[in-house]
Design a protein around this ligand. Sequence first.
Ligand code: 5GP
Length: 189
Amino acid sequence: MSGIVPKLFVISGPSGAGKGTLVARVRERHPHLGLTVSATTREPREGEIDGTSYYFLSDEEFSRRVAEGEFVEWAHVHGHSYGTLVSEVTSKLDAGSSLILEIDVQGAFQVKERFPDAVLIFIKPPSLSVLQQRLVGRGTETAESVATRMANAEREMVLADRYDEVIVNDDLDSATDELLRVIQKHERN
Ligand code: 5GP
């Protein structure tokens, strides 16, 4: 027996905290970590692919799927709906590997209710001003979207202490090491 138990990990943190980059880097070193594709009603950004980046749905289609009970969790984030489909979670967990959901704080608490063994990990930026610089520097958001994301960031940071683990993404290499260490620690428990 290897003693490794597949786990459901939930990663949250303000937009621009570096969740996506950290998860991608950890998956290079831990290839068995599965990732789910979320559904959203927001418009695709340049280069995003339907079914890979997200399942891009109309408002009507999203609401229909909510009514049919097709989501493990869903929430309104930055003015759009985002959610994790039951089909994404069950198919990948059944495959016997750990799974990472990269979702907002509201969704994270819904997942914890449904799967109490899920491990909630919060990624914090070093400060709100660094976060703002990163969001503006990334060049994917309008000024209005940056403002919305900054307002949400302040609200989300307050909830970090309800998470099982908190990682500050100051230095990318150290934060990657820390995230990998945390994941492997929980897989051994
Ligand atoms: P973005 O629009 O930048 O791709 O994502 C914005 C935020 O939506 C992310 O910070 C992420 O936490 C959240 N998000 C993405 N997918 C989901 C999901 O399936 N459920 C929930 N609740 N939030 C999500």
